[in-house]
Each structure stands twice: as structure tokens, then as C-alpha cells.
Design a protein around this ligand. Structure first.
Ligand code: 1CP
Length: 348
């Protein structure tokens, strides 16, 4: 091939092309496992401040891209910035994770507002524009948000949860009240995704990290339907921008999720068998996934064998290499290099 790079492998794969070498990026590819990230993180007052300082967010986004020549750059931000922008009190406690003032039912939802959102999230959009200016020509910039259900769990529980009991009790016991929150989140998240594209994002991913805890009828109601509403809005405003959906833990419900939400690609978690994904999903949609993040901690021939096996099962159709969930903080960066080399056929 000659001439300048005119296309980006990640975008081609997401649009349905079967690639000779699968494009690769990793969920949570920026983060504590990188020494240069820890150095940058120490410069910000707290994690939200880090996300809202474009100069720092641009640098964090580009760190793994420069180190590993990833095919995708995911903007450094968090799913919880939208809760913050809606007016909820959000904090991040080192070693504990996110802490929010829990929403107390309808009254709490009534205090949230879409009004201040574009202004509060302006630094995220500034960071996206900044990254676009510095991105290698073959790398695609990925914007993202949490799905309404997943974001709602953090907003209602006040942080991470084991059983999601408060959120489920509300969704099961008073669905019309819970719907007011979900509908508000559909509006907020669609606006946030569209603004990210206007700022320079070329691909979008919707993280439904806790979709897998829902029984099937609730999964349709609170995962599939709200995501479909978001995808419809995004497609209308940003035609041609591919959207990836990640309903972690959805099991056999991956099939209706892929079919009914209108997404262009589906990210499969570690428990989804690649052979099944090739048959049930990849015939109609691009598949992304699904190396166990612990393999990336393990390294060695186990990592290479697992990587080769995933590629062998999914290379016949449109495929993007990724993990089944995010990079773990204890991951040796050299193992990430080894993974990328293995995918690109550079391991002897
Ligand atoms: O520096 C630090 O210690 C903060 C750790 C951290 C980081 C690096 C948090 C707090 N968020 C992030 C960045 C982040 N979060 C990114 C961009 C970086 C990248 O991918 O390279 C993205 C895409 C997210 C998305 C995110 N945040 C999700 C969805 C993906 C997933 O992991 O399932 C979720 C659920 C969150 C909430 C959140 N924010 C931070 C933490 C530790 C968590 C998870 C809490 C929990 O496990 O419940």
C-alpha cells in the first residue's frame, strides 16, 4: 500500500469490514497500571478535577495510544461525570471508588436538571477536541457514556454495590417512578454522546456494566429500550458514527441486545464463548472482545495462547480485539505490549 492513511482500521471494522489484522484497544487502557498515569494523576486535586482539566485528560488519553500504538483512543473521563453534571454530589475516594449522595426517589430525581449539563461537561468536550489535534492518523477517537441502568445503579445506591437492592427495589416496585429517572438519563446521555461527536469523537461506546444483574423482562425494559432510545437520537444527529454496546454479563440476552438496540458493534464479556458469538452475533454485527483481564496480569504463554485462540475464533468476520472488562491496576505494562504484538503477528 502507498500514499497517506485515509482510513482508520477501528472504524472500518465497526462498519462491518473483516480485517486481516484486527484493530485493538482496551477498556480502561489509561489508568493506574501505567507509571506515567500515576505521575499525571498526582498533579490533580481529585479524580473529578483530573477529568475536568482538559490538559491532563488529553495527556492521559494519549499515554496508552503512544506507548502501544492502539487503534482506538478512549477519551479520559468517567461515566459518573453525567451524574455530577445533572447536579448530584459525586466524589471519588482513593481506594474506595465513587461515592455519591444517594438519590432519594422521586424527590431526588426532581432536583436533577439537564440545564447545566453542557456547561459542566464543556471540559470533556475541550479534551476531545484537544486529543483530535494530536492523534496519530490511523487512530480513532472513542467517546463514551454509561448506560441509563448502570448509571442509575451508582446514583441510587450512592456508589458501587454488591446486590443493587435499592435500585432493583425501586425498578420492580415502582416502575413508573423509576422510569422518570431513566428517561431523564436517556436525554442527558444522548446529549452527552452527541456533544462528544460534535467535539471530535469518531466512535461511541455505551457501557452497561451492570446489565447482567437484571432478569430478562427487566433487561428488556431497563437496558435494551433506553439504549435503543439513545442510539436512535445519536443516529439521527450523527449519521455514520458507529456505536458499540457493552451489556456486561448479559449471557444469552446478548442476542436480543445486539439485534434490538440498533448498535453497530457489541462488546462481549469474558464469559461469552467466542464460537457462539461468531455464530449468533457476528453474522449481523461487529463483535468486540473478550480476553480475560486477568490473562493480561498473568502474561507469558498463557496470554499468547488465549489471545491466539480468540483471534482464531473471531477473525472470519468483523472483529475488534479488546478485553472482556477493564485493564486491572496490577497489570504489568509489558504484558500489554506483548498482547498487542501477538495480535499484530509480531511474536516469534
Ligand atoms: O485514578 C484513579 O484511581 C481513578 C480510577 C478510575 C479511572 C482511571 C475511575 C474511577 N474511572 C477511571 C476512568 C474511566 N472510567 C474511563 C476512561 C479511561 C479508559 O478507559 O482508558 C472509562 C471508560 C471509565 C468507565 C467507567 N467508570 C465504568 C464503565 C466500565 C467498567 O469498568 O465497567 C464504570 C462502571 C465506572 C465507574 C467507576 N469510576 C471509577 C471506578 C473505580 C469505577 C468503578 C467502580 C465499581 O467497580 O463499581
Amino acid at each position: 500500500m502507498t500514499g497517506p492513511v485515509t482510513s482508520k482500521p477501528l472504524i472500518e471494522a465497526l462498519k462491518g469490514e473483516t480485517m486481516e489484522v484486527p484493530p485493538v484497544w482496551l477498556m480502561r487502557q489509561a489508568g493506574r497500571y501505567l507509571p506515567e498515569y500515576r505521575e499525571l494523576r498526582a498533579r490533580a486535586r481529585d479524580f473529578l478535577d483530573f477529568c475536568y482539566t482538559p490538559e491532563l485528560a488529553v495527556k492521559a488519553t494519549l499515554q496508552p495510544v503512544r506507548r502501544f500504538a492502539m487503534d482506538g483512543a478512549i477519551i479520559f473521563s468517567d461515566i459518573l461525570v453525567v451524574a455530577d453534571a445533572l447536579g448530584q454530589t459525586v466524589g471519588f475516594v482513593d481506594g474506595k471508588g465513587p461515592v455519591l449522595e444517594p438519590l432519594d426517589g422521586a424527590a431526588g430525581v426532581g432536583r436533577l436538571s439537564l440545564q447545566g449539563l453542557p456547561e459542566r461537561l464543556a471540559p470533556v468536550y475541550a479534551a476531545i477536541a484537544g486529543v483530535r489535534g494530536e492523534l496519530p492518523p490511523a487512530t480513532a477517537l472513542i467517546g463514551f457514556c454509561g448506560a441509563p441502568w448502570t448509571l442509575a445503579t451508582y446514583m441510587v445506591e450512592g456508589g458501587s454495590s454488591r446486590d443493587f437492592a435499592r435500585t432493583k427495589a425501586w425498578a420492580y416496585g415502582e416502575p413508573e417512578g423509576f422510569r422518570v429517572l431513566i428517561d431523564l438519563l436517556v436525554e442527558a446521555l444522548a446529549a452527552h454522546l452527541i456533544a462528544q461527536v460534535k467535539a471530535g469523537a469518531e466512535v461511541l461506546q455505551i457501557f452497561d456494566s451492570w446489565a447482567g444483574v437484571l432478569p430478562d423482562t427487566a433487561f428488556w425494559e431497563w437496558s435494551i429500550k433506553p439504549i435503543r432510545a439513545i442510539v436512535e437520537r445519536v443516529n439521527a444527529s450523527c449519521p455514520g458514527v458507529p456505536v458499540i454496546g457493552f451489556p456486561k454479563g448479559a449471557g444469552i440476552l446478548y442476542e436480543p441486545f445486539a439485534r434490538e438496540t440498533g448498535i453497530d458493534a457489541v462488546s462481549i464479556d469474558t464469559a461469552v464463548p467466542c464460537d457462539w458469538a461468531a455464530r449468533a452475533l457476528q453474522t449481523t454485527i461487529t463483535v468486540q472482545g473478550n480476553l480475560d483481564p486477568v490473562m493480561l496480569v498473568t502474561g507469558g504463554t498463557a496470554l499468547e495462547d488465549a489471545t491466539t485462540a480468540i483471534c482464531a475464533r473471531l477473525h472470519r468476520g468483523p472483529f475488534v480485539f479488546n478485553l472482556g472488562h477493564g485493564v486491572l491496576p496490577q497489570t504489568p505494562p509489558d504484558n500489554v505490549q506483548r498482547l498487542v504484538d501477538c495480535i499484530r503477528g509480531r511474536v516469534p
